[in-house]
Design a protein around this ligand. Structure first.
Ligand code: PLP
Length: 402
């Protein structure tokens, strides 16, 4: 019996008359009752805006919101809560680094170095900057097995490189990149390293300072928390040397028509009313994860992964995209003579939710010469039985499409 499953109420529902099998966790994860309750409790008992009013509800809401920041900081090993900038997600966190940190430092002929396995969120913000400044985007290659060519990445760091951006885990291949090794190379060359941790934190614990990177970004909704929540971590000195990007209420100390004095970080980067309930939910998700046996979670996820990989190989006509040894349970594949979207629609009729398409990683699709893939991405609440049902459903779909 899976010990976590009962904590996620949505897993009890049916889809098209069949029990839901949710294998789209890399897209967004389901929420445990503890997160739903935390959000509900906030709206029923404490709802008010933060850091503005002196009344009790506002004080409570502010304390809960700031406790969420403390919880996040402790969970990822930040030196202090003030190193945590709350954003709407990874996308906003990366754009913030692009606009606040890099834009004032980027000149014509400078370079931003990324990898061939990045999500669009770690490509397009740099392209926008390059277009505005005359800098260049440089891309480190990956091997056919979906692992990063770390040597090539390091050799591409030049005196022109002003930032290196690497995903911790690929949302398509499941590959875990050796961030500590990359960080020691970027550090030795004095180049800042940004890590996109969106797909890492849902599967293993991360210590940002031990990794040695300069910026770490992640998104809450893949971490069993509400949508519209995300984090940018950087050392306080780094944040303090950055100018604001989005202006408005909350991010100032004083405003006159002649001159505005900005608040210190992290408030400097949090203009406007934040997703208060969402971050309270994120703190609850972290509390939930902290209470679990992380070894048991990891072992179970790896068992799911191995079962799916073996089953897919046994199915015939399957092309696996990526076969890294170090990986999370995210599996992309194609079925011979079948379009991924047709397969995903037929799987949905069997109650199985997978993602099909290009996974916000068009360049990676081009690298593997595919238009689209199917992606089954698993979480600890999935079961071996569900993996077997997916395999059976795939065999059925193949027979239907033949
Ligand atoms: N980076 C990676 C690796 C992702 O998988 C995703 C989401 O799919 C993102 C960034 C963007 O996250 P968000 O849409 O929550 O900002």
């Amino acid at each position: 019996m899976n010990p976590w499953r009962g904590d996620f109420p949505i897993l009890k529902r049916t889809v098209n008359g069949k029990p839901l099998i949710y294998f789209d966790n890399a897209n967004t994860a389901q929420k445990p009752q503890a997160v739903i309750d935390a959000v509900d409790h906030f709206y029923c008992q404490h709802n008010a805006n933060v850091a503005r009013a002196v009344h009790l509800l506002s004080e409570e809401a502010t304390a809960m919101y700031e406790r969420a920041r403390e919880r996040i900081a402790a969970w990822i090993g930040a030196a202090a809560p003030r190193e945590i900038v709350m954003t709407s997600g990874t996308t906003m966190a990366i754009n913030l680094v692009a606009q606040s940190y890099l834009r004032p430092r980027l000149r014509e002929n400078d370079e931003v170095l990324i990898t061939a396995m990045e999500h669009h969120a770690n490509i397009v913000p740099w392209q926008l900057l390059c277009a505005a400044t005359g800098a260049r985007l440089v891309v480190a290659p990956i091997f056919d097995d979906g692992t990063l060519d770390v040597q090539a990445l390091v050799s591409l760091i030049s005196p022109h490189t002003k930032l290196v951006g690497v995903t911790h885990v690929s949302n398509v291949l499941g590959t875990i990149n050796p961030i500590a090794e990359i960080a020691s190379a970027t550090k030795a060359r004095g180049v800042p390293l940004l890590v996109d941790g969106s797909q890492a934190l849902p599967h293993f614990k991360v210590d940002v300072r031990a990794l040695g990177c300069d910026f770490y970004c992640f998104t809450g909704h893949k971490l069993f928390a509400p949508t519209g929540t995300g984090v940018l971590w950087a050392r306080y000195e780094t944040l303090d040397a950055m100018s604001p990007w989005i202006g408005g209420g909350e991010m100032i100390d004083a405003v006159s028509f002649e001159r505005t004095i900005y608040a210190p970080p992290p408030r400097r980067f949090e203009a406007g009313t934040p997703n208060i309930a969402g971050f309270i939910g994120l703190a609850a998700a972290i509390d939930y994860l902290a209470a679990q046996d992380c070894y048991a979670l990891h072992t179970h996820e790896q068992a799911l992964l191995q079962r799916l990989l073996e089953g897919l190989k046994g199915l015939g006509g399957v092309r696996l995209i990526g076969s890294a040894k170090d990986r999370v349970p995210v599996v992309s594949f194609t079925l011979e003579d079948a379009h991924a979207t047709d397969v995903a629609m037929l799987l949905d009729l069997e109650g199985v939710a997978v993602r099909s398409g290009q996974h916000c990683a068009h360049p990676l699709m081009q690298r593997f010469g595919v238009n689209a893939t199917l992606r089954a991405s698993m979480a600890f609440y999935n079961t071996i039985d569900e993996v077997d049902q997916l395999l059976a459903a795939l065999a059925l779909v193949r027979a239907k499409l033949a």
